[in-house]
Design a protein around this ligand. Sequence first.
Ligand code: PEP
Length: 247
Amino acid sequence: MPPKIAAGNWKMNGTQSALDELDTLAGILPKDGVEVVICPPATLLVPAAARGSAIAIGAQDCHAAEKGAHTGDISAAMVADTGAAYVILGHSERRDAHGETDADVNAKMHAAWAAGLTAILCLGESEADRDAGRTLDVVGAQLAGSLPQGATPDNTVLAYEPIWAIGTGKVPTQEQIVDVHDFLRAQLVDRLGAQSGNAIALLYGGSVKGDNAATIFEAQNVNGALVGGASLKAADFAPIVSALAAS
Ligand code: PEP
């Protein structure tokens, strides 16, 4: 069985005072059987990890290179050095605003694994792809291009995030979510064999809130969520974690 994971992506939100939300969340959690991960901005990785709570900490990106002349970037080893255990890779906002290709993401996956991090690899179609009936082709191609050989349930989590559902309040139908997650599960089993392929956690991301989480988690191949806006406040994120624990 894959682990249940509730991951929060704070994106470019939060200064030191936001750590109060982390402390509040840590006071409400843990919930049995759920791994909770918060991915704050890079500036907060060190103090967040130093809290030493049951909440795991992740970065939102890393560079593919070990070190060197990459102004403004941080390496996977630097992320690990903060005490973080996870890194989000291939988020659609980075694919879009920073022109990251599947090959770029693939290289970052290697770097993350080499540093001992668990990568949360994001995949998802645009609204135009969805409307044109290309969702599975697009997501399948992203998986093939950005997931290197060597993925295991310990070093990889997949997050299916339809771009049109991110931050919009639009959520796919349950059938649409099930279709993509079942497809991704089948692809993983095909590539990695049943044991590993069935044990990698598949998260859904895109406008997950306290009031829709329980329904989303009913799907067999939805093992958790990657949450943006609703992860910023402990009071909004905790009900999502509780819904996952109860699923
Ligand atoms: C995200 O950006 O990964 C995300 C899922 O955002 P939101 O929950 O705000 O839609």
